[in-house]
Design a protein around this ligand. Structure first.
Ligand code: PLP
Length: 358
């Protein structure tokens, strides 16, 4: 099937085949990666290679630590304020969708968090101009969600925080294009969209920000503990980290993130132009300049046809096209591992469906 799920999402077939070929006996060790001690030399080589390949892919400067954690991006919603600020310190949130809103609500428990802009009244279809943005003068950081998975809104460039740091949830566009890591204090992402299975959360954090956690911070949320122990303080999600490592190898083999971005742009352009060229039969509500390359939400002019659209697409082996329960409509997630052939097939199906029902 072509799987358009928003996450956990489709993974590259060659990565799955490689994992299958090594499932029972990793590199002649006689063990599956699932059976290895996380402190043994085999697993150490796996996690070190995964980190080093990710550093190459994103050109991560040496002043940044890379952490492989658990708990999903949702856990980072709390870990970020806990690690970066004191409870009475101000921090800013720019809310361009549901995930940014969730991050803000969690941060309120551990900081003086403020929403400096919200797209809620426009149903999260745009990103404001950075010039007019009123940031709190003393905010320690500015948090954004770089790609809103549900609403399909993606930052194409980034605001510069007045004084503090830029912190970004990149869960749904991580490793989909090159990023200048040095612009950020923290980048974090759940793996289960672009780089692996669920269960692994990647945090890229500038090293000078580590070590100032609030006293109440649970040990599992303290960046210093994980950085000092190379992500091996407790048992990490070993198999997931191994799978992420295979994906990083694959992305490097494709020519790195510049090449990956080219492919992603081509797929997204194809799909958005099919939507825009449908004379209103399909509609994408998101302002053109900030449309996501990864998650493409669209509605039908006749909403009563939506269930049929999803059903008919599934018959043709295109699955998981139903929009998020909170917004309805359709959503095609076209992460790195979705092939151009998958998007071409979807576009052909959309044209057929329109011809039948227009
Ligand atoms: N942030 C974004 C942008 C997401 O898309 C998601 C999940 O879909 C999350 C955060 C929550 O991630 P997790 O389920 O890994 O906690």
């Amino acid at each position: 099937v072509f799987n358009f799920a928003a996450g956990p999402a489709t993974l590259p077939e060659n990565v799955l085949l490689k994992a299958e070929s090594e499932l029972y006996n990793w590199h002649g060790s006689g063990m599956s990666v699932m059976e290895m001690s996380h402190r043994g030399k085999e697993f150490l080589s796996i996690i070190q290679k995964a980190e080093s390949d990710l550093r190459t892919l994103l050109k991560i400067p040496s002043e940044y630590a890379v952490l492989f954690l658990q708990g999903g991006a949702t856990t980072q919603f709390a870990a970020i304020p806990l690690n970066l600020v004191k409870p009475d310190e101000p921090v800013d949130y720019l809310v361009t969708g549901s995930w940014g809103d969730k991050a803000f609500k969690e941060a309120q428990k551990f900081s003086k968090a403020k929403v400096i802009w919200s797209g809620k009244s426009d149903k999260y279809t745009r990103i404001p101009s950075f010039e007019g943005l009123e940031q709190s003068p003393d905010a320690k950081y500015l948090h954004i969600c770089a790609n809103e998975t549900i609403h399909g809104v993606e930052f194409k460039d980034y605001p510069t925080p007045k004084n503090g740091l830029l912190v970004a949830d990149m869960s749904s566009n991580f490793c989909s294009k090159p990023v200048d890591v040095s612009k950020f204090g923290i980048i974090y992402a759940g793996a289960q969209k672009n780089v692996g299975p669920s269960g692994v959360t990647i945090v890229i954090v500038r090293k000078d920000l580590i070590g100032n956690a609030q006293e109440i911070t649970p040990i599992m949320l303290e960046y210093k503990i994980h950085a000092d122990n190379n992500s091996l303080y407790n048992t990490p999600p070993c198999y997931g980290i191994y799978m992420c490592g295979l994906v990083f190898e694959d992305l490097l083999a494709q020519g790195g993130l510049e090449e990956v971005e080219k492919k992603n742009k081509k797929k997204a352009e194809l799909l958005y132009s099919a939507i825009d060229g449908s004379n209103g039969f399909y509609r994408c509500p998101v302002e053109r300049s900030v449309r996501s390359l990864m998650n493409v939400p669209f509605t039908l002019e006749k909403p009563e046809l939506e269930a049929e659209f999803v059903k008919e697409a599934a018959k043709e082996k295109m699955v998981q096209l139903k929009g998020h329960r909170s917004v309805g409509g359709m959503r095609a997630s076209i992460y790195n591992a979705m092939s151009l052939a998958g998007v071409e097939k979807l576009v052909a199906f959309m044209k057929d469906f329109q011809a039948k029902h227009a």
